[in-house]
Design a protein around this ligand. Structure first.
Ligand SMILES: O=C1NC[C@H](CO)[C@@H](O)[C@@H]1O
Ligand SMILES: [Ca+2]
Length: 438
């Protein structure tokens, strides 16, 4: 008989995840509190949005993760810093998409978990400063940048991710405040994109906010296409919006008809020409691996499982997934990895959808390999070359590390009583906007 499946002590693994996270948090507090990023090799500080204007990004991203881990003192430290220091009256252009998923989402999740009303006020404050990007646009497609102090907008050359990834964060603000403006501008931008789909039902990814014209021909489930599709489904899950679900079903049907390809028995999603369906290129961004989870949670479990199987073959090959993969040769055109969380994201989504232990095992490997490759003196480091022995570290830790993979591992392994495993919602930045149990 084959060997019995490993009955792993998941709670012990969860405690390791928590231990690593709190170790990293204590280093951030000691060396870089208030900085957007800690520099994990040197212990230095780094700005993310605008040089010279850190807004405490890593602290904002960490609050809900700390809270879900039951680390109430540490969550209190983060909230204390935010309430005493965070001020968005900054005379500089901020990227609307990144500010939304990280700051609006992070503050909204912190409010959802802790109940602190000041955190909701701050989420509304920053969302109000982003609104001019939508209202100043002749098409309703938001500009890429807005000056948080003056409301001046810039950057009409945009893409479907940066015009279409707002409805989750903006929608809960509308739900929690009663002000429909946020949901309405977020959904309207998604409608404009959907109405421009090609005859094949596919979407190119680059678009002009002032003319509404497509600026490229290829369609992708990776960046900058990915979270547009994700948020169509999410708008249905969160708010029961049947129109968003219809748009999701139409586009997903076209993607599965035209963008799916089996190579060496593995399912991949190459970039294709949105007007002809012709395969344009077979590289896969590691960010596209989130799509396995989206397929799984939206009723396409078989395809989701098969796409995760493909990425798991790549994880078996590389240990830590490279930023981009050429699946025809299983080579890494870009061997870096900026601590990308998507493989763990889809492992959690597929585990929630199927209960299949294989997804916990895969996320466990992802965690182990991240610790062995990225742990540095003061935190966890991005990598410039996952194929080197040992991998080459870079002196930076992205804000999403504090919100994403460590939370995915914790939720997968801990069975925490602070999370409703049946009715919940995590944003594309893993911000918990539904399902916190206080
Ligand atoms: O949606 C996103 N895209 C890029 C980051 C993670 O790779 C993160 O900000 C988020 O998950
Ligand atoms: Ca994401």
């Amino acid at each position: 008989a084959g060997s019995a499946p490993v009955r792993r002590d998941w709670k012990a693994v969860a405690e390791e995840v928590r231990g690593e996270f709190l170790w990293a948090w204590r280093n951030y507090v000691e060396h870089a509190l208030g900085a957007d990023h800690i520099k994990p090799i040197s212990g230095g500080r780094e700005d993310f949005f605008v040089p010279g204007h850190s807004v405490g990004l890593s602290a904002v991203e960490a609050v809900d993760t700390l809270w879900l881990m039951g680390a109430d003192d540490e969550a209190g430290q983060a909230v204390e810093w935010i309430k005493n220091n965070l001020d968005f009256g900054i005379d500089a252009p901020f990227q609307v998409f990144e500010t939304n998923i990280r700051m609006v989402g992070g503050l909204a999740a912190a409010h959802h978990c802790t109940g602190d009303p000041r955190l909701l006020e701050l989420a509304v404050d920053i969302a109000d400063r982003l609104l001019p990007a939508f209202t100043a646009s002749p098409t309703g497609l938001p500009y890429r940048y807005v000056n948080l102090a003056t409301g001046a907008v810039s950057g009409p050359e945009t893409n479907i991710v940066e015009v279409g990834t707002y409805v989750a964060e903006f929608g809960v603000l509308s739900e929690w405040t009663g002000d429909r403006r946020y949901f309405d501008v977020a959904k309207q931008a998604m409608r404009v994109v959907f109405d421009k789909r090609t005859e094949l039902g596919l979407l190119p990814h680059d678009i002009h906010a002032e003319t509404g014209e497509w600026r490229n021909r290829t369609a992708t489930v990776g960046p900058p296409g990915d979270s547009y599709y994700e948020y169509l489904w999410d708008g249905f899950v969160l708010f029961g919006d049947e129109e968003l679900r219809h748009w999701y079903e139409v586009l997903t049907g076209a993607i599965l008809d035209h963008q799916a390809e089996v190579h060496d028995g593995l399912l991949w999603f190459p970039q294709v020409d949105a007007f002809t369906g012709e395969v344009a290129d077979r590289s896969q961004s590691v960010l596209a691996s989130f799509y396995a989870g989206l397929l799984g949670e939206s009723g396409r479990v078989e395809q989701g499982r098969r796409y995760h199987d493909a990425w798991n073959a790549a994880q078996d090959r590389f240990g830590v997934l490279p930023t981009s993969l050429d699946y025809t040769s299983m080579s890494a055109p870009d061997p870096s990895n900026a601590l990308r969380p998507e493989f763990a994201d889809s492992a959690l989504m597929l585990w929630l959808a199927t209960g299949d232990e294989i997804f916990r095992e895969r996320a466990h490997t992802h965690f182990r390999n991240m610790v062995s490759a990225s742990k540095a003196d003061y935190g966890f480091a991005s990598l410039t070359d996952v194929t080197a022995k040992p991998p080459v570290q870079e002196d930076t830790c992205p804000g999403y590390w504090w919100s994403e993979q460590m939370k995915y591992y914790w939720l997968l392994f801990s069975d925490t009583p602070r999370f409703d495993y049946r009715r919940n919602y995590l944003s594309t930045e893993a911000n918990v906007l539904r399902g916190a149990i206080r």
